[in-house]
Design a protein around this ligand. Structure first.
Ligand code: PEP
Ligand code: MN
Length: 335
């Protein structure tokens, strides 16, 4: 249930409502909006008796939330959420472009790629230090050394850093080095990891599992938000279908669907969907055309020698072309 406060409700009145909700054994989470504050009641198994709530000062009305996810639902928060990290805003008119290699392989590779993408206007650099690979014999990432390289990239380039936490154990250290913590497709339903991410004060990029429905993705985001972290960005990265011409099938319809159901920003990763670099740019165009709040693109300074996902990584000059094209239609700056 949602308790809608009057426009002029005071902080004290909001606190009184929350305390009453807690006295019933539930939790009341304030959701400040542009027009009004709503308090979302979570933890109740059945309907909440609202007659006393309606009599409290400052309360306008109560609304039933019909979806199983509450905090991430549009019903709870009708305005889109905008996430601010330094000078970057995610969920605004300006699409956010995240770029970098699949994995951090060496200081030279990471810095070289970072300087290239920064020159083309990118503000957030991606690169995995901990990699979840299908084969145990594939390159698993540099671990802590990779995080230190990312730290150096941040210092030398001023770029923000996104990198993946692959389990409950490494989230703590990833949190110290990352500006945004990525949770990968394979971990979308790793609930202990999601809860731990919910206790972090860093924004979380949550990728859709390759066999997950939109509702399951939103339920996973709810795990994070129910622990107190409201800074969540969703990412569509392709799902598994019978179609095998691409690595995954990019579900572009997920973007308007998520926008209808949730207030969270959603970006698209065309690289892991495509699996081949020649499809990345067309899919990126489609993603922005259907309303994605940004893109996460794999770019490598030397794709032919990449230790992971070289086949889908753009050459720097291809990425430059993509950035130039995007800057013709959207308010991003590209050199
Ligand atoms: C990645 O972005 O590095 C990655 C492994 O992607 P996904 O979790 O979508 O497979
Ligand atoms: Mn990759």
């Amino acid at each position: 249930m949602l308790v809608i406060m009057k426009n002029d409700a005071t902080q004290e009145q909001i606190q009184t409502v929350i305390q009453y909700i807690e006295s019933l054994g539930y939790r009341g989470i304030p959701m400040p909006g542009a027009q009004r504050t709503a308090i979302c009641i979570i933890g109740n198994q059945g309907p909440v008796e609202d007659s006393h709530i309606l009599s409290l000062p400052g309360v306008k009305e109560t609304l039933r939330v019909t979806k199983p996810y509450k905090l991430v639902s549009r019903e709870t928060h009708p305005q889109p959420s905008v996430i601010k990290i330094g000078e970057v805003t995610i969920g605004s008119d300006e699409p956010v472009i995240i770029a970098g290699p699949c994995a951090v392989e060496s200081e030279e590779q990471a810095l070289k790629t970072a300087l290239l993408v920064r020159n083309y206007g990118v503000k957030i650099f991606r690169g995995g230090a901990y990699k979840l690979r299908t084969s145990p014999y594939s390159f698993q990432g540099l671990g802590k050394q990779g995080l230190k390289i990312l730290d150096k990239v941040r210092q030398e380039t001023g770029l923000l850093i996104i990198t993946e936490a692959t389990d409950h154990e490494n989230l703590g250290i990833v949190e110290q080095y990352a500006d945004i913590i990525q949770i990968g497709a394979r971990n979308m339903q790793n609930y202990s990891l999601l809860r731990r991410a919910g206790q972090s004060n860093k924004p979380i990029l949550l990728k859709r599992g390759f066999a997950a429905t939109i509702e399951e993705l939103l339920m996973s985001a709810e795990y994070i938000m129910s622990e107190g972290n409201h800074q969540i960005i969703l990412c569509e990265r392709g799902i598994r279908t019978f179609s095998d011409n691409t690595r995954n099938t990019l579900d572009l319809s997920a973007i308007p669907s998520i926008k209808e159901l949730s207030h969270l920003p959603v970006i698209v990763d065309p690289s892991h969907a495509a699996g081949k670099r020649e499809y990345v740019i067309p899919l990126a165009r489609g993603a922005l055309a259907v309303g994605a709040d940004g893109l996460m693109v794999e770019v490598h300074c030397d794709p032919a020698n990449a230790l992971s996902d070289g086949r889908q990584s753009l050459y720097p000059e291809q990425f430059h072309k993509l950035m130039l094209e995007i800057s013709r239609f959207y308010p991003i700056r590209c050199n």
